[in-house]
Design a protein around this ligand. Sequence first.
Ligand code: UDH
Ligand code: MN
Length: 347
Amino acid sequence: MGFCSAACCKLSRRVKYLFLLLLPLSVLAWICLFSGGSVKSFTVFSAATQALIKKENTQDLANLGTSVAVRLMTPTPRTECPKKSPLLQGAVKLNFEPSLKVKDVEGENKRVVEGRYQPLSCTARQSVAILIPHRNRERHLLYLLHHLHPFLQRQQLHYAVYVIQQAGDATFNRAKLLNVGYLEALKDYTWDCFIFHDVDLVPENDRNLYVCDSQPKHLVVGRNATGYKLHYKGYFGGVSAMSREQFGKVNGFANTYWGWGGEDDDLRIRVELQKMKIVRPPADIARYTMVFHKRDSGNEVNKDRMKLLRRTPLVWKKDGLNSCKYQILSVERLPLYINVTVDLGKP
Ligand code: UDH
Ligand code: MN
């Protein structure tokens, strides 16, 4: 036996090793192809979320001690998250520490990427965009993010937080900012559900689920400032949840409410005109702490609000999402939220 047979022997050993390596890989590839879901989920997300999913899968597989090659090839198959998250804690103690810094909140939320998160071990039942109208309330925003990120993660949601900043010092327009938030967030992803969220209201109980129902949902039954009683019958302000379809159907908020008040009642009228019914979670769950504040300058009471509310049934079809004119000045993808700065124009 000469040179050739030694080389052949070496070669055949190599082929054997290659075969042994390829066999499990191809089996895994076939499983992926036929199980479908997890592979598909790779294609519908933006680059940022893909990075997040990769990070999750890597972590999951690393925990199982799987080899690097397999880790790179196969996304973890995911099942739908349970109807009731096992992570819920109920009423939690809130803290508003004046020394809290952005860096602290970023450090607490390492798994939030560019304001966006999805559960590690299962596929969220809903994808939810949290829209926060904002100007000049940085401290409130930090307190809210500090509580809201872990709160939403315990609910096992796929979510993103959008802060919509009104540029300039023209009169504040909460409703129009929320319309902008809805339209801009949909450019990132086809969110199922939208939560319209005042910056100063912090939820006290994580059983108050930030998901959409078959009807529009009002989440603030009570708050500390009103003795935890509903503000008034029909109140639809503070924090509310509408699905993409529900909000589209009512043509969003009116754009024409400048200054404080009326825009939330206008939305309720729109909802009722569509024969939808506002639902609320139980009062012992839908509880909020409002961070104390005075009236902001630039958001004075809108004296025309009653007049505007009377014409809602006549104008809702042409004042809303379909007539929302604005100019985006910047979209910054910060670690904890997507910061959309917008010029809304003037009253
Ligand atoms: N907002 C800002 N910046 C402003 C004005 C409003 O970010 O300058 C946003 C913020 O998300 C806020 C929401 O719009 O939570 C609603 O405004 P608000 O908190 O001023 O409304 P609220 O009904 O207070 O809570 C009304 C004035 C309270 C006066 C208290 C005196 N007793
Ligand atoms: Mn407030």
